[in-house]
Design a protein around this ligand. Structure first.
Ligand SMILES: Nc1ncnc2c1ncn2[C@@H]1O[C@H](COP(=O)(O)OP(=O)(O)OP(=O)(O)O)[C@@H](O)[C@H]1O
Ligand SMILES: [Mg+2]
Length: 354
């Protein structure tokens, strides 16, 4: 799929901008604070109806305005779809070909964006939450049922934590919540394990293409209880064993909401032992991997790399650009990058709005 055009109204510093895009690499350049990230933020917003910057919708609306609007035209195969997103201070609405879409999973089918942002260089060094998010977002987009399991699991988890916090433990209610969590944890673990297994070979290939190095790379996922025919019994036992700690912490201390993945390079954990450059390239390889899991050409995601290039040395930058030419559509933001055969979209210094 590709985005053919986007128009933004009152979207951060862009009060009125229309841009045409094409297949392959789209390079967005401009000085600091000209609104490059804001453009890719709008592109990302098209896929999940939320910002990747973890902010509320209100922050997106240009100061002193009432609403933001994103209009985009998406081309998947021969079909064109028009998306309109209206963001107000009370929330947002999404129209695809003039029809209201309320489920994010339906929107993700129309636009799927894989994003690499500057903070992803910390993917393996930061908290497990970021790595779980990577699994959860990709699995939810690919399998809407996974999102259902996650939502049900999280609902049961919330109830269980409320019981633990209340100080008045109703053993029957606690057991019901635990049983529900175990019921949904089973399929969640199966999906996560399958995804990690599928992605391993891809990760190796991409890392090799980006680094030129043939070192051993491995991604590992360790579920809180191993999957087997005894899973439910073993998981219930694990919850029983952790009850004392749960009561002490007034929170559920084990479960799929606490799981993690790790990546090793030359048998050493990349987060702990890897250099900054290795962390950047392997995190990038991991974030790009889901692209190759999707077989149907028209469903291939749009790739967005915000501010990644400037930190790489020249040979790695060249290797990355060569690799990026394989993708259907890529957006790269940078202050001054030049790419052979690519005419950049140059943003001018925005007028001060604050
Ligand atoms: N709601 C808003 N209303 C108006 N302006 C905003 C709003 N939110 C952010 N901005 C402005 O957008 C500009 C930042 O844009 P952006 O982060 O896209 O810049 P950039 O081109 O990516 O810069 P850099 O090269 O530093 O990454 C800032 O000047 C900021 O003040
Ligand atoms: Mg930026």
């Amino acid at each position: 799929m590709i985005i053919e055009s986007i128009s933004l109204k009152n979207f951060r510093n862009h009060q009125n901008i229309s841009l045409q895009f094409h297949k392959g690499i789209n390079l967005i350049t401009g000085e600091n604070a000209t609104g490059k990230t804001n453009i890719v933020e709008a592109i990302y917003y098209l896929s999940l109806a939320r910002s990747f910057r973890g902010v509320s919708d209100i922050d997106i609306i240009t100061k002193d305005n009432e609403y933001s609007q994103i209009d985009a035209c998406i081309n998947s195969g021969d079909r064109k779809k028009n998306i309109r997103i209206l963001i107000t201070k009370r929330g947002h609405s999404v129209l695809v070909n003039n029809k209201k879409v309320s489920k994010v999973s339906d929107l993700s089918k129309v636009v799927n964006v894989l994003l690499f942002e500057p903070k992803d260089v910390m993917l393996f060094r930061g908290s497990p939450k970021e790595r779980r998010n990577f699994l959860d977002i990709n699995l939810s987009k690919q399998f809407p049922i996974y999102l259902e399991y996650m939502l049900r699991y999280e609902k049961a988890l919330k109830q269980r934590n409320e019981i633990l916090k209340s100080g008045k433990i109703d053993p029957e209610l606690l057991a019901t919540c635990t049983e529900l969590m175990v019921r949904y944890a089973g399929p969640i673990i199966n999906y996560r394990a399958m995804f990690v297994k599928d992605i391993n070979d891809i990760l190796i290939k991409i890392t090799r293409a980006l680094t030129g190095v043939k070192d051993k790379i491995e991604i590992t996922y360790r579920p809180f209880v191993n999957m087997s025919s005894e899973f439910e019994t073993q998981a219930l036992e694990a919850f029983k064993r952790s009850l004392e700690s749960d009561l002490k912490h007034k929170a559920t201390t084990i479960g799929v909401h606490r799981e993690d993945i790790s990546v090793s390079l030359k048998n050493k954990d990349i987060g702990t032992y890897g250099s900054q450059g290795e962390n950047r390239l392997v995190a990038l390889a991991l974030k790009l991997s889901p692209y190759f899991l999707i077989k149907e050409e028209e469903r291939k995601p749009i790739v967005v790399l915000d501010d990644v290039m400037s930190e790489l040395d020249k040979p790695h930058r060249e290797q990355l650009i060569k690799f990026l030419r394989k993708f259907d559509q890529v957006f790269i933001t940078d202050t001054k990058l030049e790419i052979e055969g690519v005419t950049p979209i140059k943003l001018n210094k925005a007028k001060e709005v604050f």
